[in-house]
Design a protein around this ligand. Structure first.
Ligand code: CTP
Length: 415
């Protein structure tokens, strides 16, 4: 079967893809600007859930936000949730960010004093994610010492305050209190959620991920337990940090990361060809796939009947990474080592045999819970002799940490 090439980039900026943001809208006249904000966050790929106070609904309609975000808009604390994961407890639990814009003196006062008497103030107490507050109100209110003290109190609790701008206010007065420019708010959201980092901008990275399937007859194949999650996380995070990423993927059920060119393959031969023919201009290869080590010596044309006695003969498969290592040039090569015993010895052996810069070793012995899991506990061995052991982290955190390590230790070699 030939390789299939898909590219998933729907034209949106995509920097906030996969991020769930609760947008709290309170009853300031600037509430109309929240519609632009909601739309901008959606265009950046975020999953936006709008929570409005009762007062805000007098200034802007729920339908506006529903249309822009495609999510139900929540107002009342006792409304029946439209989805089980959208309640005052479950939504805050799954949120990556709570953004309140505009934030009135009322919501600021409630939050500074732990009051939870409506949906938004209740969620504000329930969230465990970063909180950004963009106040907007009359200048005299904003400079009132009680409001100043409340804002200071929120700062002490590490809430992020985006100061209002100075200019013409809705009341006709000139002064400080106008909601910050929504584009400034979006940039702050990006900084908080993705660190605003584009440190892989202009680099071409190839990532392999997932298992391969080696057919033995028309209905059966040999495979392994790789889920592809680690490689997909690396591809996704590298792309969000500005890299041009080609993901060579064996069969998985995972959605294609946004903005990544994905090449789908089935067998180790197909993965080999997909990798080797695309190496030109690649600065870095991360080999997170678990390609087969053995392929059936013979693939039967017809389904083998169970009445038959069947002994399989297996040939050694191409070692893709080893071949890439022989053509290394000034590419950075990162391999993975899945081991059940003698982890350090075997990982270091692969590091030198495959001519790698870095190998990420993980323990896949029974009970280690790596395959299919969202977390991983890895140890890095570098060609410089470094050994770095990390605690159990999410695979996305491991992906980010590997990219940080490469940036700090090998970046000058990437050209
Ligand atoms: N790898 C590869 N091609 C293969 C097998 C493995 O490119 N046919 C790559 C993997 O993507 C990984 C590294 O080689 O980055 C090590 O894979 P691993 O399965 O740990 O080790 P193997 O080299 O296959 O050796 P062994 O199975 O004997 O441990």
């Amino acid at each position: 079967m030939p390789n299939t090439v898909e590219s998933k980039n729907n034209g949106c900026k995509g920097t906030l893809r996969g991020k769930r943001i609760i947008l709290g809208v309170t009853g300031g006249i600037a509430a109309y600007k929240s519609a632009y904000l909601a739309s901008a966050l959606v265009q950046h790929g975020a999953d936006v859930h709008v929570v409005m106070t009762e007062h805000a609904t007098n200034l802007i309609g729920k339908a506006t936000f529903w249309s822009l975000t495609k999510n139900p808009v929540i107002t009342g604390l006792f409304e029946q949730p439209t989805k089980p994961d959208i309640t005052h407890v479950s939504l805050p639990e799954s949120a990556d960010l709570l953004l309140i814009a505009p934030a009135t003196a009322d919501i600021i006062g409630k939050m500074a004093n732990g009051i939870a008497d409506d949906m938004l103030s209740t969620m504000a107490l329930a969230v465990r994610c970063p909180v950004i507050i963009a106040p907007a109100m009359n200048m005299n209110m904003y400079t009132n010492p009680i409001v100043v003290a409340n804002v200071d109190r929120l700062r002490q609790y590490e809430y992020i305050i985006i100061e209002p701008e100075t200019g013409m206010l809705a009341c006709g007065a000139e002064g400080m209190g106008r909601l910050a420019d929504p584009d400034v708010i979006v940039r702050r959201v990006e900084e908080v959620l993705i660190g605003g980092r584009r440190d892989y901008s202009g680099f071409n990275i190839m990532v392999t991920a997932g298992p391969t399937q080696e057919p033995i007859d028309p209905v059966r194949f040999i495979t392994n337990r790789s889920s592809g999650k680690m490689g997909y996380a690396i591809a996704d995070i590298a792309a969000s940090r500005g890299a041009n990423v080609t993901l060579i993927s064996g069969p998985t059920d995972l959605p294609a990361p946004e903005g990544v060119e994905i090449v789908k393959v089935t067998t180790v031969h197909e993965m080999h060809d997909a990798v080797i023919t695309r190496l030109e201009n690649v600065n870095m290869v991360v080999s997170a796939a678990a390609p087969a080590d053995f392929t059936p010596a013979q693939v039967r044309d017809q389904k083998v009947k169970k009445s038959e006695k069947w002994t399989l003969e297996l040939d050694k498969a191409d070692d893709i990474l080893e071949e890439v290592g022989q053509r290394k040039g000034n590419m950075i090569l990162v391999g993975f080592a899945a081991e059940t015993e003698n982890i350090e010895k075997y990982a270091k052996g692969k590091l030198s045999k495959k001519n790698l810069d870095l190998i990420v070793a993980n323990d896949v012995s029974p009970g280690s819970d790596v395959f299919g899991s969202d977390t991983n506990q890895v140890t890095l061995y570098s060609r410089n002799g470094d050994k770095v052991e990390w605690p159990r982290m999410s695979k996305r955190e491991v992906a980010g940490a590997i990219l940080d390590y490469v940036k700090n230790h090998f970046m000058e070699e990437l050209s």
